[in-house]
Design a protein around this ligand. Structure first.
Ligand code: ADP
Length: 359
């Protein structure tokens, strides 16, 4: 039998496979690389837009099936790799490449904003991305505690070097002031401190810089959100209605500043009891409701689990201590949804953010 397999016929087959988030086919998106044909054996690489792609399994199986269906194909080997898009907003502000900066905000304190920021950073790093975490929560800079970091490494000349923990580079207001010293920040000082955090820190090349903002919509949060070249922002909220009003003000702040809103995360959504029942301690469904009414994506629910708090207090994030727990799975899924939204925003020029991504 003559072998009619060619790169063109394989590309034609793969041009029928859609990238479910980006709503275009894999060939148009230039995601198919390194096609190799040896007799009936076909190998190719699918270049995803993030190693934390939530739909990688689906993309892999659909592309395999599409090529398998071609006459003459005996086996298909799909390799998944990733190339994270750079939205270019950081250009000129840092001496290195920081591809995407993602702010984590909340309408008020105590909703788990820092916990979520830390665990999203860990989840993205575990997926293979290069991740930095900037703790800009001047009121409660607790990222160092949550990552078990006590001090920054010695500076390199006049450049601060970030601390390293769990494959994340981290910098925090909490590491720059002595414990117990009051943090008094006025607008202009805050802006210059943040510029330092960007320009005077020796960051490595980063795919994602996660920024833990101060809670609320006061001056500090506002001026930081303004000073930073953000790719997008997420809002953490609790399920109950009073929290939602605050969260919705937080969303409004990002909207006014024209920061793309990547979506809403509902934390402390429920508690799974040992007898298998589920308890909604703080009501339910509020985060999803808020996302719907604000027309932004809902990025997921995170249950209450005492190991989350223990992880935070002991400097060992739950994604490291209990990676297979349901709450770690929920945090990972939120991180993947954020990475997917960032890809969509970067590839669509930050304009359109389609909603309803949780299937
Ligand atoms: P914020 O940054 O919004 O002020 P934190 O992240 O500091 O909030 O969280 C407040 C407290 O709640 C911390 O003790 C943290 O460990 C705990 N916490 C956050 N999320 C959860 C969760 N899903 N389950 C259990 N405890 C949590």
């Amino acid at each position: 039998m003559t072998n009619i397999l060619t790169k063109e016929s394989i590309l034609a087959a793969l041009s029928k496979v859609q990238e479910p988030e980006l709503h275009q086919d894999l060939v148009t998106l230039n995601m198919i690389r390194e096609i190799q044909i040896e007799g009936g054996r076909v190998k190719f690489t699918v270049m995803l837009t993030t190693p934390a792609c939530p739909l990688r399994g689906r993309i892999e199986s659909e592309s395999r099936q599409a090529v398998m269906a071609l006459p003459g194909v005996e086996s298909v080997e799909v390799k998944l790799s990733s190339e994270i898009p750079n939205d270019g907003r950081m250009r000129g502000l840092v001496n290195t490449t920081i591809k995407n900066a993602i702010a984590v905000g909340s309408g008020k304190g105590g909703v788990g904003k820092s916990t979520v920021a830390v665990n999203i950073a860990v989840a993205l790093a575990q997926s293979g991305a290069r991740v930095g975490l900037m703790d800009a929560d001047i009121y409660g800079p607790n990222v160092p505690t949550m990552l078990g970091i006590e001090k920054l490494p010695p500076p390199n000349g006049n450049k601060m070097r970030p601390a390293k923990a769990y494959d994340i580079e981290a910098i925090s207001m909490g590491l720059l002031v002595k414990p117990g010293q009051p943090l008094i920040w006025r607008g202009p000082m805050l802006n210059s401190a943040i510029r330092q955090f960007l320009g005077d820190v020796e960051w490595s090349e980063l795919d994602y810089l996660i920024i833990d903002l101060p809670p609320g919509t006061g001056d500090a949060a506002l001026s930081l959100a303004q000073a930073l070249p953000l790719s997008g922002a997420v809002i953490v909220t609790l399920p109950q209605l009073v929290s939602l009003e605050d969260a919705s003000r937080g969303l409004e702040m990002f909207r006014k500043l024209e920061v793309p809103i990547l979506g809403v995360i509902e934390n402390m959504s429920y508690l799974d009891l040992p007898d298998g029942t589920r308890m909604d301690l703080f009501g339910s469904g509020g985060g999803e409701q808020l996302a719907q009414s604000a027309q932004v994506p809902f990025l997921g629910n995170i249950p209450i689990d005492q190991n989350v708090r223990i992880g935070g207090d002991s400097g060992k994030p739950i994604l490291v201590t209990h990676p297979d727990s349901p709450v770690a799975g929920a945090l990972r899924s939120v991180a993947e949804n954020i990475a997917a939204r960032i890809s969509v925003a970067a590839l669509s020029g930050g304009n359109e953010l389609p909603i309803n991504i949780v299937e």
